[in-house]
Each structure stands twice: as structure tokens, then as C-alpha cells.
Design a protein around this ligand. Structure first.
Ligand code: DCP
Ligand code: MG
Length: 370
């Protein structure tokens, strides 16, 4: 529900891991604006302001009420002068002129278009833009540009994978992966993670953790699953990364660092007949299938809880790491938790163990949409 009397704002933490954030966003008009500002700063390689706008958006997403005047925002954390100005503009005029200027800017539009291709990040998009390329056909017609495998499949399946994946489709993919995993290893563990674990209705991909109770057998399980999907003829693209995990290494200081477990980035062919309540676009209706992005990660089972917490994602997970470092002198990442004071690793079999080690109240996955 949306209450009109704001709860005391002084109790809102600067850390997303100390806030409960459901998928119901009562401040979408503001957070959409902040997201555009964050992205535009990202395109201009300005990490500081980009992060500031992302944190500001995250704070507003956690509020059980809608911001209706500027006064209530004064006591909220992570809202700087610039964010306040944007809120004020929106409160007054129903929109932000600064955001509208960005949205109508050619460079922003083109970089947004290029980065919407699987395998194309801000750096590549910027390089293409600087070379004077302005459309997909410009890029594809440019002989000096070499697309890597990921980008080639990104263009090939662009229409399908740029369209959101529904919960029913995620469920159908879960069934396919479940069948494959358990045909290979009957006692294998398969868990849906990412945005769908947080209760989102739509996602850009579907993320799963795949492991086995037998320590050391997890990597072989993943490669066998990939082989099986290939034989079923539903593997449209696969980038496999072997494990580079070293258990003696301390958790990474970097917030955005990828983990070292065996993983794969896939594009799978999903039949309409496998999806409950089925049909999508007119073209897919005719074709009878769509392409979907799927990520699988395969940690050793004793690292399962860290991986699950990490891959459940959102700003929540970034702030867990920051909280651990800043408030507890601990290092957390997708592999482990390390106490710098005691100079020892802290083991965990469940997410609750990790929250307990950090002295944090447990927050359910569906409350982690920060
Ligand atoms: N992740 C990771 N290492 C990777 C890929 C992902 O640690 N190589 C983590 C970071 C994300 C989480 O997994 O926090 C899920 O990633 P997504 O990009 O799929 O994000 P969501 O699932 O939250 O959103 P979406 O609905 O866009 O898929
Ligand atoms: Mg995802």
C-alpha cells in the first residue's frame, strides 16, 4: 500500500542491505529519471556521479510512500544537491528538463542503442560512435569492424533477446535445465537466482546456480549440461568460462568484480509449447519459438551460499560488500567472507549464516530489489 504519512525518514540506512525493498516502487517517476542520469554519466565515464544517482534511486525504491514534497527528502541518505534539484523539478513540473535533454541527445540515444546488443559494453559503443557509426546497419556494413562471437550472436538474435523474459518463460527454462541437470547427476542442486529469485515479473535473462553435493564434481556437471543442451539442438550460443577459483585468495575489494567459478553465458531456444500460457509476438507465433539469454554458474557446494547471495544481485548485494568492508572490517564476495580483524575465513551453508556473521537482520530475496 502507499501511505500518505511518511514513516520517520531518519531510520533509513545508507546501505541497501539494511533496507527492505520490494518490487513495488512508489517513486518510479523519480527513480526512472535518476536511472537516465546515471546511465548518461556512465556513458561519459564519470563513475562518481553515476554511482551517486544509482544510490539515490535505490533509497527512493525502498520507501513505502511516494515523495510528495522536498522537505521529506532532506533527511534521506544518499540524496545530494543534484538529486534534490531533479526531485524538485519533477515535483513542480511533473518532469525533469535535464533528463528530457539527455533523452533527446543523439549521442545518448546511439550509445543506448549500441549497448542494448549482447556483448557490447559502453567502451565498444563509444568506439563505434567515435568512428561515426550511428545505426546497426552502419556497424554491420563497416568492413574494419570485427565483431566477436558474442556480438555476432547478439545481432543475430537481437529482436528476441532485447525483449524481456517473462516469469512463465523463466519457469519453462527452469524445467529444461532441471531435466538436463538431474539426468546427469540425480542429486544435483539447481536454484533459480538473479531478478526472478527476487520476485521480478520480467528479466533480461534467467540466472541459475548448478552444483552437486560431491565437492569437485561441479565443473564437470556444468560441461555435461552444456553438451546435453547441444545434443537437444536448443543451444544457440554458448560462452563457457572454466573455473579459476583459488580458495586461498582473499575476497575481492572491487565491488563489480566477477567471480571465478565455472560458468556459461547461453542463448537457448525456447519452444512456445513449453511455456505456460505461451504466445508472444506475431513473429514468434508463426515461428513457434524464441531465443532467451540464460546464465549458469557452478560453484563448489561449500561456496553455494556466497554464490546464491551474490547472484541474487541488485544494489543490495553491492552494498552488502560495502557494508562488510566499511562497518565490519570484513571482505565479502561471491566466494567467501573474510574477517580482517581475526584474520580468518567465515564459513556459511546458508544465506542466513552470512547475514549473521555480518550482524545484519536477515532480508528475504523478495525484499532485496534495491
Ligand atoms: N553476476 C555475477 N557474475 C556474472 C554475472 C552476474 O556476479 N558473471 C551477478 C551480478 C548480478 C546477478 O548476478 O547481481 C544477476 O545478474 P543480472 O545481470 O542477470 O541481473 P538481474 O537478474 O538482477 O536483473 P535482470 O532482470 O536484468 O536479469
Ligand atoms: Mg538476471
Amino acid at each position: 500500500y502507499t501511505s500518505t504519512t511518511p514513516t520517520p525518514v531518519s531510520t533509513v540506512s545508507q546501505y541497501a542491505c539494511q533496507r527492505r525493498t520490494t518490487t513495488q516502487n512508489n517513486n518510479k517517476i523519480f527513480t526512472d529519471a535518476f536511472e537516465v542520469l546515471a546511465e548518461s554519466h556512465e556513458f561519459n565515464d564519470m563513475e562518481g556521479p553515476c554511482l551517486a544517482f544509482r544510490r539515490a534511486a535505490s533509497v527512493l525504491k525502498s520507501l513505502p510512500w511516494t515523495v510528495q514534497n522536498l522537505r521529506v527528502t532532506e533527511d534521506l541518505p544518499c540524496l545530494g544537491e543534484h538529486s534534490m534539484c531533479v526531485i524538485e523539478e519533477i515535483l513542480q513540473h511533473g518532469r525533469s528538463f535535464e533528463v528530457e535533454k539527455i533523452l533527446s541527445d543523439e549521442r545518448y540515444q546511439i550509445l543506448k542503442l549500441f549497448t542494448s546488443v549482447f556483448g557490447v559494453g559502453p567502451k565498444t559503443a563509444e568506439k563505434w560512435y567515435r568512428r561515426g557509426l550511428r545505426s546497426f546497419s552502419d556497424v554491420l556494413a563497416e568492413p574494419s569492424i570485427h565483431l566477436n562471437r558474442m556480438q555476432q550472436s547478439g545481432f543475430l538474435h537481437y529482436g528476441d533477446i532485447s525483449r524481456a523474459v517473462s516469469k512463465a518463460e523463466a519457469q519453462a527454462l527452469g524445467n529444461i535445465i532441471d531435466e538436463a541437470v538431474h539426468a546427469i547427476t540425480p542429486d544435483a542442486i539447481l536454484t533459480l537466482t538473479g531478478g526472478f529469485r527476487r520476485g521480478k515479473d520480467f528479466g533480461h535473462d534467467v540466472d541459475f546456480i548448478v552444483t552437486t553435493p560431491q565437492l569437485g564434481k561441479e565443473e564437470r556437471l556444468l560441461t555435461s549440461v552444456i553438451d546435453r543442451l547441444k545434443h537437444q539442438g536448443i543451444l544457440l550460443y554458448c560462452e563457457y568460462q572454466a573455473s579459476t577459483f583459488d580458495e586461498s585468495k582473499l575476497p575481492s575489494h572491487r565491488f563489480e568484480a566477477m567471480d571465478h567459478f565455472a560458468k556459461c553465458f547461453l542463448i537457448l531456444r525456447l519452444e512456445d509449447s513449453q511455456v505456460d500460457g505461451g504466445l508472444q509476438t506475431a513473429e514468434e507465433d508463426r515461428r513457434g519459438w524464441r531465443a532467451v539469454r540464460v546464465d549458469l554458474v557452478s560453484p563448489p557446494v561449500d561456496r553455494y551460499a556466497f554464490t546464491l547471495l551474490g547472484w541474487s544481485g541488485s544494489r543490495f548485494e553491492r552494498d552488502l560488500r560495502r557494508f562488510a568492508r566499511m562497518e565490519r572490517r570484513m571482505l565479502l564476495d561471491n566466494h567467501a567472507l573474510y574477517d580482517k580483524t581475526k584474520k580468518e575465513f567465515l564459513a556459511a551453508t546458508t544465506e542466513k549464516d552470512i547475514f549473521a556473521h555480518l550482524g545484519l537482520e536477515y532480508i528475504e530475496p523478495w525484499q532485496r530489489n534495491a
